[in-house]
Design a protein around this ligand. Structure first.
Ligand SMILES: [Zn+2]
Length: 177
């Protein structure tokens, strides 16, 4: 039993390292994009609890949500261009580049997160031309209990399974609508 336990732990460590590596790669990619284009960047992705972060349902939902985000930006007359989407260990993600002011982009991103059907499952970051992410002025709410999300995360209020169940339920519901 002990050997089995050690094995599980080393697998978890391996996953943690892979996640860190994927996050580092994302950061480097973002930095390269803004420095090359001299434009601000929106990183469009899900906040997927637990594991796995890749599935055909997630990909399908992502494509529809991204299309909705494009329509939303068009309606607001925001200029942007979209970089190719990629599917990483952290789930699908797309980068949009724009010359619009970062604070304005951040406000738009928050507006979308708060008004779109599955906006609360999304995690939109705005990055300036120095590669720095803009902070949110108002803290995000937890989608399960309405508490400040970071408080629930720190206190481990909800199990990863519970959060994932909600996430999966919401995207299934969205695909049906
Ligand atoms: Zn909560």
């Amino acid at each position: 039993m002990k050997i089995q336990g050690d094995k599980v732990l080393s697998n978890l460590d391996k996953i943690r390292l892979e996640i860190l590596d994927a996050k580092e790669k994302r950061w480097l990619k973002q930095k390269a994009l803004v420095s090359k284009s001299k434009l601000n960047l929106i990183s469009f992705k899900f906040n997927i609890p637990s594991w796995p972060k890749k599935s055909s349902t997630i990909n399908r939902t992502f494509k529809i949500a991204l299309r909705d985000f494009h329509l939303f930006l068009d309606k607001k007359r925001v200029n942007y261009k979209t970089e190719n989407s990629s599917d990483t260990l952290l789930g699908p993600e797309t980068f949009l580049l724009s010359s619009v002011d970062t604070q304005e982009l951040k406000n738009l991103a928050i507006d979308f997160e708060e008004t779109h059907h599955i906006g609360r499952l999304l995690d939109l970051d705005v990055i300036n031309t120095n590669g720095e992410a803009l902070e949110r002025k108002t803290k995000r709410q937890c989608y399960l209990c309405g508490e400040i999300a970071i408080t629930c995360m720190r206190n481990l209020t909800h199990s990863p399974e519970e959060l994932r169940e909600y996430f999966d339920h919401k995207i299934r519901e969205y695909l049906k609508s």
